[in-house]
Design a protein around this ligand. Structure first.
Ligand code: ZN
Length: 150
């Protein structure tokens, strides 16, 4: 793709990263780099997104450092999520699952009326309702990341 004139070589931006869990992907831009972390790149003058490796992503957006940092942050967050999923939840006196994590407390609870779930982080309730306890737990993880990145 780097050799083609009909594909823009700069001005791309990343819309997200996907983890293939193993190095089984091929960078769509250079066509040879084997990749595990796929940077999804979009361009206003190109009709579809390209899934590319870190090196090509850096060239396409004009900042190798931004691409490296994005991949590093993504890996850190994935590792934290793995740890989070392994933690043992305890049951409060009211029967709700709770988790103490560093200096934070997360509580999961069923919403009034039954089939939805919510969470609180350090006593602050989630704005959204979640379809399952599992997804409320994922929502709590996102809130925890935001709280700790302040
Ligand atoms: Zn590439």
């Amino acid at each position: 793709m780097w050799k083609r004139d009909d594909v823009p070589h700069s001005g791309w931006s990343c819309v997200g990263i996907i983890d293939l869990c193993e190095p089984v992907g091929v960078c769509e831009m250079c066509g040879y780099q084997i990749i595990r972390y796929v940077h999804k790149m979009a361009h206003p003058q190109y009709q579809r997104m390209l899934g590319v490796g870190c090196v090509c992503a850096g060239r396409m957006e004009g900042s190798p450092e931004a691409a490296r940092k994005r991949e590093r942050d993504f890996k850190n967050r994935s590792a934290r999520y793995e740890n989070y999923k392994k933690r043992k939840w305890r049951t409060s006196g009211k029967g709700n699952s709770y988790l103490k994590i560093r200096n934070h407390i997360i509580v999961l609870f069923p919403m009034k009326g039954g089939d939805k779930w919510g969470f609180s982080l350090d006593g602050v309730f989630s704005e959204s309702a979640y379809p399952s306890k599992e997804s409320a737990s994922d929502g709590a993880f996102d809130a925890l990341c935001r709280a700790e990145n302040k």
